[in-house]
Design a protein around this ligand. Structure first.
Ligand SMILES: [Zn+2]
Length: 129
């Protein structure tokens, strides 16, 4: 599943093209679940911030946040997450922060610049409470 989402995110460089594609499916190794509902979702990855539709499997005992974790994404909230960060992004930030002293603010600004061409307006919602 992690590879599936990673390849989808790397193949699509614009938010609109990602949004026009099929939704991402969690909880069943990337396969659609007949008992799932469409959720608008923001995925933050090392190549930018993506707004897309996702489906969480509703016939598994795993919560949405658990399904995200199993697929390699850290949910922004535990209950009813609407945003998640890839483990790749978080590890990249950890290394930049530790080795190059890149601040969280500057890292978010860089991500926003990567997404600016995608017409994404999320920098304040990512950094401010
Ligand atoms: Zn299911």
């Amino acid at each position: 599943m992690k590879h599936l989402i990673g390849s989808i995110l790397s193949e699509h460089t614009t938010m609109s093209s990602l949004g026009d594609e099929s939704p991402l499916f969690f909880g069943r190794d990337g396969y659609p679940c007949p008992d799932s509902s469409d959720v608008l979702f923001n995925i933050v990855d090392s190549n930018g911030i993506h707004s897309t539709r996702v489906h969480f499997c509703e016939c598994t005992p795993d919560a949405c946040s658990t399904q995200l974790l199993k697929a390699g994404f850290f949910p922004a909230t535990v209950a009813q997450p609407q945003m998640a960060f890839s483990f790749t992004l978080l590890m990249g930030f950890y290394k930049l922060n530790r080795e190059a002293k890149v601040s969280t603010y500057n890292f978010i600004e860089c991500l926003t610049h990567n997404s600016t061409g995608l017409h994404v307006k999320v920098s304040k919602s990512l950094y401010a409470p």
